[in-house]
Ligand binder design. Structure first.
Ligand code: GUN
Length: 291
C-alpha cells in the first residue's frame, strides 16, 4: 500500500512555483497577486483562507485578505466583487464558500470576472473545463488529478466511483476523470445521497473519490482489494483531549481501509494541501495570461 503524500507533493509544487516567481522578480516583472474574500467567522473557512494567504507569502506571491462581517448583504459583496474585477493589481481572487444564508452564492460567483476566477467556479470556466478546453480548473479536483499523475496511478479504462455531487468537488471530479488524457479515460459513476445500493458501486470500483463530509463513512467492507482511495472529507469531530478541542476526520475508516487499498490519501496531509498548491498554480496562470 502506498500513502499518497499530499503534503510532500504540494511542497514540490510550491517549490516549482517559487522558482518561477523568483525569476519574475529577477526580471523586474509583477509577481502574482491573489485576493481572498471571507464573509463571516466560520472556523473551518477562517483556517482554510489563512492557509491560502500564508502559502502566498511563503512562495513570494502578493496576497490580500478581505474579511467582511457575517451580516454583509448580497449587494455589499457584489460591490466588493466588482471592485476586485476592476482592480488591475489583482490577478486572481476567490470568494470562500460557504457564504451566509442571506447571500445567493451563485449570483456572486457569476459576477466574478472569468479571467480572475482562479477557483474555476464561474459557468464560463466550468463550461470550458467540461469541453476539455484550457481554463482554471477547481483546485480540489485539479489537485487530485495532479496527485494521480505524479504517483502514476493508472486511471485508463478504470471504474471510478465518486461519492458526492458538489459543484466544488464531486461533479468537476467526475468530468475530469472521464476526459481524454492521462490521468483520465476512466469510466465514472457519480453517486450521491439519493443513490440506491451505494455499496454495489463502491465494491466494484477500482478508484473511489469520496467528498461527503461524513466521518469514517467508507468502511473496509465497502471496497474491493487493491482499490485506490481518495478521501476529500475533512470534518471537525469534538475531542476534549485534543489541543484544539477537535480532531480532523476524513470520510474513510482509514486504519481498516488502508489494509485493503493499493493507494490511499491520509487526512490531514492528503488532498487538502494539494488544493492550496493548485490554487497557487491557477493564480500563476492568471498572472501569466494577463502579462
Ligand atoms: N470552500 C471549500 N472549498 C473551497 C474552495 O476550493 N474554494 C472556495 N472559494 N471555497 C471553498
Amino acid at each position: 500500500m502506498v500513502i499518497l503524500d499530499g503534503k510532500k507533493l504540494s511542497n514540490d509544487i510550491k517549490n516549482e512555483i517559487t522558482e518561477v516567481v523568483s525569476g519574475m522578480k529577477d526580471r523586474g516583472e509583477k509577481v502574482p497577486h491573489l485576493a481572498a474574500v471571507l464573509v463571516g467567522n466560520d472556523g473551518a473557512s477562517l483556517t482554510y483562507v489563512g492557509s491560502k494567504v500564508r502559502a502566498c507569502e511563503r512562495i513570494g506571491f502578493e496576497s490580500t485578505l478581505i474579511h467582511l462581517p457575517e451580516t454583509t448583504t448580497e449587494e455589499e459583496l457584489l460591490k466588493q466583487v466588482r471592485e476586485l474585477n476592476a482592480n488591475d493589481d489583482i490577478d486572481g481572487y476567490i470568494v470562500q464558500l460557504p457564504l451566509p444564508k442571506q447571500i445567493d452564492a451563485q449570483k456572486v460567483l457569476m459576477a466574478v470576472d472569468p479571467d480572475k476566477d482562479v477557483d474555476g467556479f464561474h459557468p464560463t470556466n466550468f463550461g470550458k473545463m467540461s469541453l476539455e478546453m484550457e481554463t482554471f480548473v477547481p483546485a480540489t479536483p485539479a489537485g487530485i488529478m495532479e496527485m494521480l499523475k505524479r504517483y502514476k496511478v493508472d486511471t485508463q479504462g478504470k471504474h471510478v466511483v465518486v461519492i458526492g455531487r458538489s459543484n466544488i468537488v464531486g461533479r468537476p471530479m467526475s468530468i475530469l476523470l472521464s476526459k481524454k488524457g492521462n490521468p483520465g479515460n476512466a469510466t465514472v459513476t457519480l453517486t450521491h445521497s439519493r443513490t440506491q445500493n451505494l455499496e454495489e458501486f463502491t465494491r466494484s470500483a477500482d478508484i473511489i473519490v469520496t467528498a461527503l463530509g461524513v466521518p469514517e463513512f467508507l468502511k473496509a467492507s465497502m471496497i474491493k482489494d487493491g482499490a485506490v482511495i481518495i478521501d476529500v472529507g475533512i470534518t471537525r469531530v469534538v475531542d476534549e483531549e485534543a489541543t484544539r478541542g477537535y480532531v480532523l476526520k476524513g470520510d474513510v475508516d482509514y486504519d481498516a481501509v488502508k489494509e485493503k487499498a493499493s493507494f490511499i490519501t491520509p487526512v490531514p496531509g492528503g488532498v487538502g494541501p494539494m488544493t492550496i498548491a493548485m490554487l497557487l498554480s491557477n493564480t500563476l496562470l492568471a498572472r501569466k495570461r494577463r502579462s
